[in-house]
Write a protein that binds this ligand. Structure first.
Ligand SMILES: [Zn+2]
Length: 355
């Protein structure tokens, strides 16, 4: 029997993590939101043409039309039938994703990384560099207290030193031994993914599982749990179901798929009716209560004293966005240093247009 335990907290503040799982749909939403400027973002459906792989694949006698790329790649990887083609696909994928770049203005990823605190975690299944680019450009400017991030299928921007178990930006060097990082392994869409043998991937999963076992809020943004991710889903569900305050926890699904389809995919993660489904991340809890999602949820559901919404306004520049978030970060410092409770009120002057 599950023990009903309140999530850890103090002074109007919840200290249990908010975990955000990010899938391909999140990058597509971000790309569409910024107006599709820059290189197109490939999906599994159009990857062959966007990465210009058609010629190589067809010249080996495979028919590309109506091809299910995931099934094709899985077959290629498990049968070892064409090692050279497999290598070409992997290299092209790596190079293409490495060249993707955020535009120089606030994107959904910038809002997302600033909407969470350092007790929280964003775990991404995406190879693209958008999340890490957003993380770096907001963290680099002195905005403290960003969430942890984990890359569950590897990432083109992450490099590792296996000897020292250190990771950092690909292209830089290890802080311990000064040798150049090697690229982190990307996990490709095969049915039986091995999350244990690569030390970097395995440690990323450990971080996610640790946070999920303590989380009070779980948001799944644009991640459809495809059939090839059976193992990923099992690894998440296993620890989620052991979570001590599961009975009070909340799940939020952000996806454009039909509601009944999403409910069927995720119902094992739901607790009673403690879940919400949204099609637009800007209407989600994190964008309505930036940096206070768990605290605002607890005020509404445990204390029956809902806080006023504090939605992100629309900003034209990254500086404006960071300036708006600063009073919230200062309030967090006062909680830590002076044990001053969260006010539960919007702290920045409201700007009329909200996202
Ligand atoms: Zn090293």
């Amino acid at each position: 029997m599950k023990v009903r335990t309140l999530p850890p907290g103090k002074k109007n503040a919840i200290l249990a993590p908010h975990v955000v799982i990010v899938g391909a749909g999140a990058s597509i939403a971000a790309y569409n939101h910024w107006g599709k400027v820059g290189r197109p973002l490939p999906s599994m459906q159009n990857l062959i043409d966007v990465l210009e792989l058609r010629k190589e694949i067809e010249s080996r006698g495979y028919s590309v039309d109506k091809m299910d790329f995931e099934a094709f790649y899985d077959d290629l990887a498990t049968s070892n039938s064409d090692v050279e083609l497999k290598k070409i696909i992997e290299q092209r994928t790596y190079e293409y994703f490495s060249g993707l770049e955020l535009p120089n203005r606030p994107t959904i990823y910038d809002y997302l990384v600033l909407s969470l605190r350092n007790k929280d975690l964003i775990a991404s299944f995406n190879w693209d560099p958008f999340l890490l680019q957003a993380y770096r450009r907001n963290g680099d400017k002195g905005v403290g207290s960003l969430p942890g991030i984990a890359f569950l299928h590897g990432n083109v921007l992450v490099g590792v030193c296996h000897a020292d178990k250190v990771c950092g930006l690909n292209g830089t060097c290890c802080s311990k031994c000064c040798t150049n990082f090697v690229s982190s392994q990307l996990l490709y869409p095969v049915k039986h993914k091995d999350y244990a043998s690569d030390p970097f991937i395995s440690s990323e999963w450990d971080r996610l599982r640790d946070c999920l076992s303590r989380a009070y809020f779980l948001t799944i943004f644009g991640y459809g749990a495809p059939k090839t991710d059976v193992e990923a889903r099992r690894l998440m569900l296993e620890v989620w179901q052991e979570n001590h305050h599961l009975e009070l926890a909340q799940v939020e699904i952000i996806d454009i798929k039909p509601r009944d389809e999403l409910e069927a995919t995720w119902n094992e993660f739901f607790i009673k009716q403690h879940y919400m489904v949204r099609t637009d991340v800007t209407k989600g809890y994190l964008f309505q209560h930036p940096r206070r999602s768990c605290d605002a949820l607890a005020a509404a559901t445990l204390m029956n004293k809902p806080w006023q919404d504090n939605p992100f306004p629309v900003f034209g520049s990254l500086t404006e966005l960071r300036d708006w978030v600063t009073p919230l970060i200062e309030e967090e410092a006062r909680l830590d240093d002076l044990a001053e409770p969260f006010s539960g009120k919007p702290l920045a002057p409201n700007v009329e247009a909200v996202l």
